[in-house]
Write a protein that binds this ligand. Sequence first.
Ligand code: PNS
Length: 157
Amino acid sequence: MTVALVPGSFDPPTNGHLDVIERCAGIFSDVVVGIIKNPSKVYLFDEAERTEMLTDLCSGWENVRIGLFGGLLVDYAKQVDADVVVKGLRAITDFDYEFQMSQMNRHLSGIVTLFVATKPEYGYLSSSLVKEVYRLGGAVDALVPASVAAALKERYV
Ligand code: PNS
């Protein structure tokens, strides 16, 4: 049994996130999607909302569960018995920071980080851009699931 931890802010979840989670669901026996709760950060969607969205979006994958964590990722990885951390890489610009974090996490606990290349069509996609585009009146329907688009609509009414 190999447990993969897919961590992130997911504020909100995008099609890019779901692509990575789906890949993991097909490879690993168990997948934990770890939503970070950072009290010093302002999120558009709170912990409960992000948890509800992801629980709903991942309900079709029996081996995927959703969790919340604060503090160090490596401590949460230990708590959920994760064998690997999985991160999506959109472009080379993600690499520097992700590589740095993976090395720090390796230093802290020895955990392995695996990188999954996202679908090319989601290479430019980020939660921050989705929020900005939506707020300024752009269409995000091809970038996020319908339930997330509806949640954005409600939030920005
Ligand atoms: O979706 P994001 O915002 O890119 O996710 C970043 C996240 C949550 C994966 C990263 O900030 C993280 O791992 N935070 C936990 C705190 C931690 O362990 N920091 C040291 C990392 S080397």
